[in-house]
Design a protein around this ligand. Sequence first.
Ligand code: SAM
Length: 629
Amino acid sequence: MGYKAKNKQAPPAPLEPVKYDKPRKRGRGQKKPEIKRKRNQEEEPSVINKKQKGTNPSAKVEKKTKKTVEVIDSEGEDLWDNAASGSDDDDEDLDDEFDDEEDEEMEGLDVFPKADVDFLGSGSEAEVDEEDEDENSDEEDDEDIAEGEGLDERKSRKIEARKAREAAMAEAELLDSTMQTNIQGETELYELPDEDEPELMTDVAAVNQRIQEVVNVLNNFKELRDPSKSRQDYMDRLIKDIAQYYGYSHFLAEKLCGLFPVSEAIEFFEANEVPRPVTIRTNTLRTRRRDLAQALINRGVNLDPIGKWSKVGLQIFDSQVPIGATPEYLAGHYMLQAASSFLPVMALAPQPNERVLDMASAPGGKTTYIAALQKNTGMVFANDASKDRLKSLVANIHRMGVKNAVVCNYDGREFPKVVGGFDRVLLDAPCSGTGVISKDPGVKINKTEKDFVDIPFLQKQLILSAIDSVDAKSKTGGYIVYSTCSVVVEENEAVVNYALSKRPNVKLVSTGLDFGKEGFTAFRGKNFHPTLKMTRRFYPHVHNMDGFYVAKFKKMSNKFEDKKDKKENRENGEDEDDDPNDYTGFNDEEDLELIDESKTKLRKKKGIPTHAGKPKPASTEENESEKTE
Ligand SMILES: C[S@@+](CC[C@H](N)C(=O)[O-])C[C@H]1O[C@@H](n2cnc3c(N)ncnc32)[C@H](O)[C@@H]1O
């Protein structure tokens, strides 16, 4: 197929969906499952299976499987082709547009064999292929028979095999229905263990089994609930078990669980146990993707294009050499960079000759990508509050041959006083890192409730500075991109919503990314501006990339009606207007802090003694997640 393929670029293949009936592969507790139940033990599995068969989750699994196959098929044919739309490089010179001749040459060489053993978590692809083939084979047989063709040996074998399968299925169904009839009315209810007895929590396999059972009940609540228990009782049990089984603090398990329907939440937690694929970004200032791929293949690297959505990404399946120390790496031909980390820069779409601010830039994965898209023209201000982290930023800038960067070390909140009037600003904000738990499992236990107040507080301040640093009159730009490697709403939609309310001179626009889930427009009783739908969420269990969030603003005017900050209003003793349509959710805990802070200042002004130990804004270095690459 020609590389000007019209088909839309596809997201990366999703992970294999969680199979509830398989034991976990992780080396957790070795004990044989011994599940404490109040019902007959043999009865339950059939109920679970039965229910799973008929409910949405299995439908979803099937859908995903199909999708995976599609991606694989198209990858096999097309990924070296450069589809015209939705790509990360619009400029012909920057990407690896190959002519047809080169393309054919490469295809002929069969240079991108799939890894035999896919240690990076995409082994499901082969399985899926097989499954799919299997499914199709029945249809083929039927067609053959219908057409009355002569039956050769192969066909007879196939038919025999099919008959055997059908007989086995019929038998299983019969058994299933018999068991159902026997247990009707008895096993419909799943009784919840009441207490947190130690033995309820120590047998990991039993905890896992209980998670599956409780999810099943929650998905079929009317039928399977114990009438004496509420949905909340089941949720409480589930969260305790998730926290125990996956090793999260109860607080974070609950917070993350609340983002998804229960079955999907389990998929999310499972995906966090699996490493994401290793990916690299071609540095188009130094080479082309095709040349880089060939050079790495010659060194024994097994790779493939990352997906149709990027023209510069490569996925590494395995390698005989350390990928962070090849001569090509040292010569700056590529950056080891997570796939999700491409997205904010693609959304920013920096243009040659523009002035761009990368407000929180270390260690420079995105800065160097910005410079490449600008073809080393114009200027990229690479700022970071951490002097230490700037060292690796500077090293990367040199290695990658970036010549248009100005490195600076300010607290982002000092912009635009330091310098303003930028064409575009990227704020890849310091965050909790709840999207990169597979890389940094420490997040599971080290993030506290206070972090989810302090970090958004800092993010809100930074986002206003980012907006104020852009020139709305820019001929080519006037855009701000906000991103985090967190999945929680407080750090994403709530921050963007806050910015919209404080800066009526900006509006959200499409990120230009043609995959990703829509941002929330409402969450837990809080409504956000409807345009939050345009922001994008990326998940490990859906997109097989780190959890990420991307929002893009367009600045419409440099002036805006100065709706004074509530903080200022309070300081000036003005009335707070409690607008019922206020979608910014200012009753949050962080606002209490703001109120406290203002009161303290006011007291100081009036000479009234203040209490020490008021909460401070998040430290710029404490809260950062270093796991964006
Ligand atoms: C998510 S990381 C940035 C990753 C970077 N954009 C990249 O792609 O390599 C967040 C960064 O924010 C920086 N940071 C934290 N607080 C800051 C502040 N107040 N102003 C500017 N940078 C800050 C941290 O030092 C950290 O390097």
